[in-house]
Design a protein around this ligand. Sequence first.
Ligand code: SF4
Ligand code: SF4
Length: 454
Amino acid sequence: MTTESVKSSRPARDNDSRSNFRGPYVPSPEDMYKCVHCGFCLQVCPTYLETGLEAESPRGRIALMKAVEEGRAEITESIVGHWDKCLQCRACEVVCPSGVPYGRLMEATRANVELVFRRGFKERQARNLGFHSVLPNAGRLDRIGGFFRFYQKSGLQTFARKTRAVKLAPGGSLEKYLPKLSDKFFVTSGQVMRPEGEIRARVALLGGCVMRLTHASTMEAVTRVLVRNGVEVYVPEGQGCCGALNAHAGERDTARDMARKNIDAFLEVETDAIIVAAAGCGSTMKEYDDLLANDPEYAEKAAEVAERTKDIHEFLADLPFEPPTGNLARDGRNLKVTYQDSCHLGHAQRITEPPRRLLNAIPGIEFVEMEESMVCCGSAGSYSLIEQEMSLRLGRRKTANVVSSGAEVVATANPGCVIQMEQALARAGEGAKVSYVIDLLDESYRLGDEPHTG
Ligand code: SF4
Ligand code: SF4
């Protein structure tokens, strides 16, 4: 068995290494020793902001990695707990003067944890179901989504909640986090949507996993907006979940299998770009080259997909997009909108200006910035289910910032953020609505295209 020091140019470690990281995936010592303990990252780290604890900061988590690497500590439950609390929001990476690639370090650390650390029975079962059985299998995901859609629409959910029967079901405590499922899921069947006039670009579109089931109407809006801007949209069949949730959870082998499947689907046809509407998926696909760097068959193809992948806001801003003309003012008053930076757009992809440019271009919107727009809302993929307490705290923090901005709508760019903020605002009894930037843009285009009467 060879040891893969993830993205390290150093050779695999010597046999006499004292490191307690063992197995085929180990975090790169080169990456972790870039940290010079300056502490610049502390004040941007959501878990440090909430707790004030060094062990819940980027610097503290790296110190724990070094302790394991140097053989001063074993991978214990307590150490894994501090690593698990990390949202992988990558805010620390943006401000780090030493260029510590924190996302890569934590992904590799988690991959090692999954190899050498034995989690509890329930957690192992849940991970097995989610990461190995459901996410990699689009058909199974659709069937489960279909079951829960029936549960929500048939009145069963209301009944189960009223009678508290839900509490008796296995995993019932998580039922309250179930997002509202779309009436019709977005399908990825090889369909092509063509603009009427000149074709400015040809793109392939990722349907993803969660967003396809929870925000199918936004996926339709994405295709409308692209076509409206002269872009031909192809939705490859055979694509599936991008593997982001698996990669972040340390499930590196399944993440790679999922990446390979998407690479095959997306490279079947020559396109100018692969468009992704969910920030978390976009950042993972842009890093497929890292994920498959040691795969002789796929490394080159992975680099091509990574290169071609574009976030929808980034793509529209570069195109450039046609200015929308429909006015979104309500009752003669501008609609006050703020923007929440999804971590995997703002931090991982460093895309902060394009979504704001789109919002500012929409007539009838008064754009206001909110405090801490770059601090994670607490969603972070499966984090909101696994680390519920911290996720709820961050949801409350985000809600307070939305409310104090005075915005009626908070716009964002990732399904996890939409779901998390909707649930957090509802729990707080606040009336602000959550919307994708693309939905607001689509609404403005459609209003502007309506025939004027009178
Ligand atoms: S900012 Fe970078 S170098 Fe400084 S403590 Fe944080 S991770 Fe280490
Ligand atoms: S990724 Fe986010 S939560 Fe994790 S250490 Fe960095 S700033 Fe903190």
